[in-house]
Ligand binder design. Structure first.
Ligand code: GKR
Ligand code: MG
Length: 433
């Protein structure tokens, strides 16, 4: 069996004006759908980050993939997938999906998922069962809360209903959380911070704890917006709220900054785990992060760690080192939802509910045949179908691809959106507080 066709579809997906320390989301998020077909007529699908950078990396790997045996993933990893050890691969300044230093690893990940989809269909097994057998039948996700401006995403006649409304206060965040949990049944909560003054974000976490109680683990992620001093202040203030399965995610930038926060919190008798998807982005960062005790929970992501099997390798490594492992997300569609769910199911040590931006997209923008992925009690049940277990609606892919070509967006630039809509002089400053 050989791969006979490699087809790339850039798509634009309506996205509400969510805020983070990177800035404000544009009205459309960019994604790329990849379709591989084999000489036996089996189709494998995948989803990757979007825009010019991702398209160029996929075009560059195309000659290696066309004619390749989809079972021969190690050979492609050796030639193409291995993460760069040069340059700044961190996500301190560049949002995930925009760092050129992991572009090849991301392209490999997209190809790997499509190949696993093909292999699963060839041997009639779900992807997670190809990889040693599933650790769980359903992958749990968390309620991923964002401060946001009013608006549901999309532009002009293509604008979406604003399902969650404006949310720029602690009280409105409790409403957002109630609504998301009522819709999806999530059992863990993640707040994207780094947007309001730290005192208001502390208050937000406290109100969430009051509203949902200690059986809903809480985490907060300001994407490096805080100094070491502010991070320690927040860690002390939220000692109780972030305990019992929660964590403090990327409070400050750099491995050394994280290690300082850890040391100062431990000196106060506080052992809230520090999690990271900013300082730690590849397997070769894990041992240094462990050695410096800078990170206690590593956030995997099949899209930039190098695929579902890289997440599985990471989960075994973290377990061996006594570290926790969780999963990061960016805006995504249903194909990525299933890639993430299979990665979680194939990783026994993944004991935190994973992140997902899925609630922020609408059915109007789904590319899956049969519509959006369904959640049961906050989890995605692994379908009893081979491969990833989902198929594309190619008419819908064509619609979103046409929209991509009509729009000017070619990379994610949240800072530019801040300048356009909120403050013409806005710059990303780290630490901001
Ligand atoms: O969607 O604005 C966002 C997030 O801030 C995202 O870009 C981050 O990569 O979710 C991510 C995180 O956990 O850092
Ligand atoms: Mg994060």
């Amino acid at each position: 069996m050989r791969i006979s066709s490699f087809s790339i579809h850039p798509v634009a997906v309506a996205d509400p004006p969510l805020r983070s320390s990177y800035g404000r989301h544009a009205p459309y998020a960019l994604r790329t759908i990849l379709v591989l077909t084999t000489t036996d007529g089996i189709t494998g699908i995948s989803e990757a980050h979007g825009g010019d950078g991702s398209l160029a990396a996929l075009e560059a790997v195309r000659p290696l993939v066309e004619g390749m045996d989809p079972f021969h993933l190690h050979a492609l990893w050796e030639k193409w997938g291995k993460p760069s050890t040069q340059g700044d691969r961190s996500q301190t300044w560049l949002v995930p999906g925009e760092n050129p230093h992991d572009a090849r690893t991301r392209a490999f990940a997209a190809v790997e998922a499509a190949c696993l989809d093909i292999i699963g269909k060839a041997v009639n097994q779900p992807v997670c069962d190809l990889l040693g057998g599933r650790a769980r039948d359903a992958a749990p996700f968390s309620a991923y809360l964002f401060y946001k401006h009013g608006g549901g995403g999309g532009l002009g006649p293509d604008a979406r209903d604003d399902e969650y409304g404006e949310c720029l206060t602690p009280e409105s965040m409790v409403r957002q959380c109630r609504q998301m949990i009522a819709t999806y049944g999530f059992r863990e909560i993640k707040l994207k911070g780094g947007v309001l003054e730290p005192a208001l974000e502390i208050e937000t976490i406290r109100l969430l704890r009051d509203a949902f109680g200690s059986t809903f683990p809480l985490r907060i992620d300001p994407n490096c917006a805080w100094s070491v001093e502010t991070s320690v202040h927040v860690g002390i203030a939220l000692q109780e709220e972030l305990s019992g399965g929660g964590y403090l995610e990327d409070p400050t930038s750099s491995m050394e900054g994280m290690a300082q926060v850890r040391r100062q919190l431990l000196a106060q008798g506080i052992d809230t785990p520090l999690a990271s998807n900013v300082a730690v982005t590849g397997l070769n960062d894990v041992v240094p992060a462990w050695g410096e005790d800078a990170v206690q929970v590593v956030l995997s992501d099949p899209h930039y760690w190098g695929g579902i099997r890289a997440v599985q390798r990471l989960s075994f490594l973290c377990e061996a080192l006594g570290m926790g492992v969780s999963m990061h997300s960016n805006n995504h569609l249903g194909v990525s939802m299933m890639i993430m769910a299979h990665a979680c199911a194939a990783s026994p040590a993944m004991r935190f509910a994973c992140d997902t931006h899925y609630p922020w997209q609408s059915a109007q923008d789904e590319v899956l045949a049969g519509g959006r992925v369904k959640f049961v009690d906050g989890a995605v049940v692994i379908p009893a179908k081979p491969g990833l277990g989902v198929d594309l609606d190619m008419d819908q892919v064509a619609r979103l691809e046409e929209r991509y070509h009509q729009l000017p967006y070619r990379k994610r630039d949240d800072a530019e959106e801040m300048r356009r809509h909120v403050d013409p002089s806005w710059q990303r400053v780290l630490p901001r507080w």
